[in-house]
Design a protein around this ligand. Structure first.
Ligand SMILES: [Zn+2]
Length: 317
């Protein structure tokens, strides 16, 4: 085994986009954490920094590699979801090809320019990785309520995520078109969206730190005994999610049309049970009523965004 080294914890010279890289045994797994795809979602950036601080203290460092990235730097700087267009709705093969082929200066939107920087970094990770690549795309949301993961129902993913004690939601990755998740999966990465909690809630950073640490342990990148806090984090996540369904499936998605005046009724939080016929929101056409029983997910309480809310049901298959 090559002796593990930290090549950098915070890289400022190469590219601000790379939050950090920890390298150990090259045959081990590669864990990629993508943060800040939406610029108003900082908890993932801070949580990743916590992970680097913790790994700084352990010997041997890590089996494999941890790479953490910030996706949309100008949006993070301005603390907005996006500047020109939603970066997490652009990952269609035709757009990706165009972004790759067009010189940066000719790309008209900030988010496409960000993508142009991010793509070669992801390409390089893929090329350099001998073991499996696991990618967590970290987000936060505007409502209160529990964290969850967005994943396919692929048994490999389910098995991995069951170690995180984070409720899994299937089907969103197919219904939300143009998200980066589809692209990562196509690249052969085992990938999932980690929705850590409400944007500004203090618990959110802790939730994400806990999940990422358990992820590193689940893939075999770190041994439990090296990290004092891992048991505490595990306990926290178990408690945080103990009353929630482990596996759920998307059954309804309310799409917001530009200018339709969508407004969620106040007080809804993630995983709140709702009944068919319940008055959930309003738009210019009038009341928006629940189409089905289930749990509400990601009710929108911010200006930017195209999805008003989702309804999920416990997975029985
Ligand atoms: Zn997001």
């Amino acid at each position: 085994m090559r002796s593990p080294t930290i090549s950098s914890t915070v890289t400022e010279t190469e590219d601000d986009r790379i939050l950090g890289i920890v390298e150990g045994d090259p045959d081990g797994p590669t864990v990629v954490v993508v943060t800040g795809m939406h610029g108003n979602e900082f908890a993932g950036v801070d949580a990743t920094q916590n992970i680097f601080d913790m790994l700084d203290g352990i010997r041997p460092r890590i089996n494999g590699r941890l790479v953490a990235l910030r996706a949309n730097l100008p949006a993070l700087k301005h603390r907005v979801r996006y500047l020109d267009e939603d970066m997490n709705r652009l990952w269609f093969p035709s757009i990706i090809e165009k972004v790759r082929a067009t010189p940066k200066a000719e790309l008209k939107s900030n988010e496409r320019r960000q993508m142009k920087h991010l793509l070669p970094i992801l390409d390089k990770i893929e090329k350099q990785s001998e073991g499996p690549v696991v990618l967590a795309d970290v987000h936060t949301f505007s409502a209160e309520g529990s964290m969850f993961s967005i994943t396919s129902s692929d048994p490999r993913q389910r098995k991995l995520l069951s170690n995180l004690y984070v409720p899994m939601v299937f089907g969103i990755e197919k219904s939300l078109r143009g998200t980066a998740l589809g692209y990562y999966q196509q690249q052969g990465f085992i990938s999932f969206g980690l929705e850590g909690g409400q944007h500004e809630n203090e618990l959110t950073e802790y939730n994400i730190t806990a999940s990422l640490l358990l992820l590193l342990h689940a893939v075999g990148a770190i041994e439990k005994q090296y990290v004092e806090k891992i048991k505490e984090y595990e306990r926290h996540l178990k408690e945080h999610t103990q009353h929630l369904p482990v596996e759920t499936e998307l059954v309804y998605q309310h799409i917001i049309e530009p200018g339709d005046g969508f407004a969620m009724r106040p007080g809804y939080s993630n995983f709140e049970p709702i009944k068919k016929g319940e008055w959930l929101a309003n738009d210019n056409e009038g009341k928006i009523i629940a189409q089905t029983d289930g749990y509400i997910l990601m009710p929108l309480y911010q200006k930017q965004g195209n999805d008003g809310f989702f309804i999920i049901k416990e997975n029985e298959g």
